[in-house]
Each structure stands twice: as structure tokens, then as C-alpha cells.
Ligand binder design. Structure first.
Ligand code: SF4
Length: 267
């Protein structure tokens, strides 16, 4: 016999345990199981809808396409990004041009539904010319995987395209000088949702003085695109106890995009 109305079924409990064990495996934090707070299974996703990228399998339950997103054309968007990339590569708008090894433009699907925005390239990114490739990048990859996605299914960029010396945060003048490039990237990619990573990126994109602790956990907007601020992966490496809050933010993003985490596969 089943339990009282509203109680989770044994199958729902088992599914919740599997999901939380998976999160622990990926992020290394303890997630207590509270049977009373297991959410009911969401309704089945509509069969049609725009995938996260053309390479995405049908596991993405996408909302109906709307506006420019419905006509997304990957080669055209790649071509539209190229002149911006070249402009950035030659940019001398701020003093960071003198200390960079190379500019770090962005990476991923130019027609992605989801875009991550960090603050600036670090040492590894400066050497490799790609955002989020160091330890923080590995954690971001883990987060993306936990969402049921691959790194090449999202688009990743920074507010500032040149590595600040000694890995310091970019100052307001540097962020202000560089922001226009990011804005143009966003306009080309036209993601359905942006996740900003850390206070510097959140303040630059949202034009706010609020700290990340107050900004995170709820959606904001940039020119009509929902924006979820959360912690920068580098901060999460220093403060692993904050990973649970980051996961809560990620779950809000997944719900908004209709994403479902993949079931853990048997070995
Ligand atoms: S950080 Fe941005 S604005 Fe400054 S030189 Fe690099 S590309 Fe130009």
C-alpha cells in the first residue's frame, strides 16, 4: 500500500538518494536526506522544444522557442563572434593589455541556451587562451556535468578578457573598459539564461553594488535575459562549505531551463 497523500513513494525516496549521492560524488559535500522534503516528481517534459545545443540529446526538456532563440544558427553566430574576437585580440583600452600573454575571449556553443560569465582570466587561462581551465575550471566543469550538460553545450566567457597581474581582481575601470565586449558576446549568443560567477562579474553585468551573498539565490535580469548570480568556483574551492548554496542556485537555473540531471549509470 502507498503512504498518505503527499508522502514520497519508495521510488521517489530511492531516486532522491541516488541524486544526492551523485551530488556528493561530484562536489564532495555532505547532503543530508530529509524524506519529508523530497519534492514530487515534476510533470513530464513536452517532447518538442529547442535543445541546449544542436549536439544535445533529448534529455533537455526545453521550453518552447521564443524570439531570436528560435532561429539560432550556429555558423552565423560563430561568424558574428569572430570580429569581436579579433577586436579583443588587438585591444589596448586598459593597462591589462601590457601584462597579458594573450586575450581570453570565450569558449563553447555560440548558440547555447546557457551562458556562464566569470570575472577575468587567471594564470592558466592566460597561458592557454581559454576561460576556466585551471582548478576553478575543473570545478565549473563538475557543476556543468551535475546539470546534465557538457562544457561544449554552454558558452563561457569573462567580463575582462586579459589576465590581471598576480591574479588580482580586475578593478572597476578595467571591468568598465572591457564590459562592452561581453555585452556584444551575449547579444550574439542570446542565451536564455546567464549564470554570473562571483561578485566582480555580478556587479559589472548587473550594475549593482550588492554583494554576492545578497544577489545569489534569485533571478535578476540583463536586457530581459534572466541572470542568476552565484559563487565563483575559485571561492568555492576556498570555502567548500558554500557549495551547497551554489548547488541550490544551480538547481534554480535547471528548473528555469527545464533541465534534468541524468540518472546515475550503473557500472
Ligand atoms: S582587459 Fe579588456 S579592455 Fe583591457 S586591454 Fe584587455 S581586452 Fe582591452
Amino acid at each position: 500500500m502507498g503512504g498518505a497523500e503527499g508522502d514520497p513513494t519508495p521510488a521517489q525516496v530511492a531516486r532522491a538518494v541516488r541524486e544526492r549521492l551523485e551530488v556528493c560524488r561530484l562536489f564532495g559535500w555532505q547532503v543530508p536526506l530529509d524524506r519529508g522534503r523530497i519534492a514530487p516528481r515534476p510533470p513530464a517534459a513536452p517532447p518538442a522544444g529547442r535543445a541546449l545545443s544542436s549536439a544535445t540529446t533529448p534529455r533537455v526538456a526545453a521550453p518552447p522557442p521564443a524570439g531570436p532563440a528560435s532561429s539560432k544558427d550556429r555558423p552565423a553566430r560563430e561568424a558574428a563572434l569572430e570580429p569581436i574576437r579579433l577586436e579583443v585580440a588587438a585591444c589596448t583600452r586598459c593597462g591589462l593589455c601590457r601584462t597579458r600573454t594573450q586575450t581570453v575571449f570565450g569558449v563553447g556553443d555560440p548558440a547555447a541556451r546557457l551562458m556562464f560569465v566569470g570575472e577575468a582570466p587567471g594564470y592558466d587561462e592566460d597561458r592557454q587562451g581559454e576561460p576556466f581551465v585551471g582548478k576553478a575550471g575543473q570545478l565549473l566543469n563538475d557543476i556543468i556535468r551535475a546539470m546534465g550538460l557538457r562544457r561544449d553545450e554552454v558558452y563561457i566567457a569573462n567580463v575582462v578578457k586579459c589576465h590581471p597581474p598576480q591574479n588580482r581582481a580586475p578593478d572597476a575601470a578595467e571591468a568598465g573598459a572591457c564590459l562592452e565586449y561581453l555585452e556584444r558576446q551575449i547579444e550574439v549568443v542570446a542565451p536564455e539564461l546567464i549564470v554570473v560567477l562571483g561578485a566582480v562579474a555580478a556587479k559589472a553585468l548587473l550594475g549593482t553594488a550588492e554583494g554576492i551573498q545578497r544577489l545569489r539565490g534569485k533571478f535578476h535580469a540583463w536586457r530581459g535575459i534572466p541572470v542568476m548570480p552565484t559563487f565563483h568556483p575559485a571561492y568555492l574551492l576556498r570555502k567548500p562549505e558554500e557549495k551547497r548554496k551554489a548547488w541550490e542556485d544551480v538547481q534554480l537555473v535547471m528548473a528555469r531551463l527545464g533541465l534534468q540531471r541524468p540518472e546515475r549509470r550503473r557500472a
